[in-house]
Design a protein. Structure first.
Length: 101
């Protein structure tokens, strides 16, 4: 078994484990709390430093666009200069890019 196949198998097992944990948590208790409009409690970290977090914590539109353009350029270069890839290598890349919610 190649290193790529091992990495793919490792990521697949992690994905399966996360999905099982999420499924079991949902079955046990969904933990939903319903509040009327405007009566929800304010989280502590947001109420104390809301002004400071909004200025420095968030990314601006320009930086988000620049990061996206850089990522697109890297992907284009990878496609052009990539050459031969096996199915396991493609699957590994797909698993690395997958998002867990």
């Amino acid at each position: 078994m190649s290193t790529t196949e091992r990495r793919l198998q490792n990521l697949q097992s992690k994905k399966d484990k996360i999905e099982r944990e999420m499924h079991s948590e949902i079955e046990i208790d969904r933990g939903l709390i319903v509040y009327r409009a405007g009566s929800a409690p304010v989280p502590m970290e947001r109420s104390s430093g809301a002004a400071a977090a909004s200025g420095d914590g968030g990314k601006s539109d320009g930086s988000l666009v620049a990061a996206r353009m850089k990522r697109m350029e890297e992907e284009r270069k990878k496609r052009e200069e990539g050459g031969f890839t096996t199915k396991a290598m493609r699957d590994l890349e797909r698993m690395k890019k997958a998002k867990v919610y």
